[in-house]
Design a protein around this ligand. Structure first.
Ligand code: ATP
Ligand code: MG
Length: 376
């Protein structure tokens, strides 16, 4: 069993002789994320202790450390404008820390704490951007495994304000699953769990598609697809049975989200297809160039208030042209339109516009004549 003295981590603590901790950015399931300064490259970074090996025997701890370092190296190969870059994995006092790009931002989870739900058009942009990053990750064999509103960051100031980036590549495992990867060990956050993972299967690229669908669903509907329950076992049970509450506010994205959350993984779109489906459903064909690599915008092309700090709300970014919109299609079975009249006044039919205007003018004239007669 490892019984190393545990250093007191706090502001000014130097990690791996290079990264000086400054302040806490937030604390998630696996410990705090710190804003730190890289003394070598003289830049700000975000740094996070990935897990603690305290309580494990030396051999177990080494296996886990080696795997984390390996996964960090794989994640560091991914370079995408909608993914938080992994810069480094270092060992500090025997524990693995991940060094990432620092994005001054607000997560979608925090945005939902402010506004309850986000408009479809904004969620569609976030969805297409994150799907683009994940499609690139899947191409090089990286599965994220923990897509959720807390891991989608939207820049809230600076030149990139409004840009959405997916975080936690390379660290989306917890210490229990790290031991031996047995089937049956549940990974990820229950609210966004794909049915097959809830039943104990290993996460795959198709599970990422489900979790992204569940994350976008939550952002629009204001609650996750398996509902709210403090009892996480109950959520896992509902996930295992694919008991999704039907979306009611998802509008143009409804069909795409349900496709992404198909219970059978093989029936889901690939991540690249999901990106295309999202773009086509909300923005129409050929919209990718306007949405990917650009800030998230409101209908009128400005940075949404929930995504912006101080005076950034309502800003127009240099890259923010007006949003394209899908041409409104006819409803599938439009109600038969009332027969158009061509001014012939058939029985039981309403008069044509010309006849109506003439009648209106005549009535007006009669009223004026009556008023004049009464005055005289
Ligand atoms: N690269 C980053 N740059 C800036 N802020 C970050 C960065 N990564 C994380 N944060 C902030 O820290 C918060 C906590 O992140 P963390 O990943 O620890 O928590 P989480 O995603 O809620 O849970 P989990 O540990 O399960 O991923 C985030 O919500 C975000 O606000
Ligand atoms: Mg996170």
């Amino acid at each position: 069993m490892i019984d190393r003295p545990r250093p007191i981590v706090g502001p000014d603590y130097l990690v791996a002789g290079r990264y000086r901790l400054q302040s806490k950015l937030g604390g998630g399931g696996m410990g705090a994320v710190w804003l730190a300064h890289d003394r070598l490259l003289d830049r700000d970074v975000a740094i996070k202790q990935v897990l603690s090996t305290a309580g494990l025997d030396e051999a177990e701890a080494r296996t886990i450390r080696d795997r984390i370092v390996h996964e960090g190296r794989v994640a560091a190969k991914l370079s995408h404008e909608h993914a938080i870059a992994v810069y480094d994995v270092v060992l500090e006092a025997g524990e693995p820390w991940l060094v990432m790009e620092h994005l001054p931002s607000r997560s979608v989870a925090r945005a939902l704490g402010l506004v309850n739900a986000l408009p479809v058009i904004e969620v569609a942009q976030i969805g297409a951007q994150v799907a683009d990053a994940l499609a690139a990750a899947h191409t090089v064999g990286i599965v994220h495994r923990d897509i959720k509103p807390g891991n989608i960051l939207v820049a809230d100031r600076g030149p990139g304000v409004g840009m959405a980036k997916l975080s936690d590549f390379g660290i989306s495992r917890n210490v229990t699953e790290a031991s031996d990867e047995p089937d049956g060990m549940i990974t990820g956050t229950p609210a966004y769990l794909p049915p097959e993972v809830a039943r104990g299967a290993q996460p795959t690229a198709a599970s990422d598609v489900f979790s992204l669908g569940a994350t976008l669903y939550t952002a629009i509907e204001g609650q996750p697809p398996f509902g709210m329950d403090d009892d996480s076992d109950a959520i896992v049970e509902r996930a295992a049975m694919a008991q999704i509450n039907p979306p009611t506010r998802s509008g143009a994205l409804t069909r795409v989200l349900l496709h992404m959350m198909e219970p059978a993984p093989q029936r889901r779109p690939s991540m690249a297809q999901a990106r295309e489906e999202i773009l086509a459903a909300v923005f129409g064909p050929g919209a990718a160039g306007n949405i990917l690599g650009a800030p998230v915008r409101t209908e009128d092309g400005t940075i949404p208030a929930w995504a912006a700090r101080n005076s950034a709300a309502g800003l127009r970014s240099p890259r923010s042209g007006p949003l394209p919109r899908r041409a409104r299609s006819q409803p599938p079975n439009p109600a038969p339109a009332p027969a158009q009249q061509i001014g012939r006044g058939g029985s039981g039919q309403s008069p044509s516009p010309t006849v109506a205007v003439t009648i209106g003018l005549l009535i007006g004239l009669v009223i004026i004549i009556v008023i004049l007669m009464m005055v005289m």
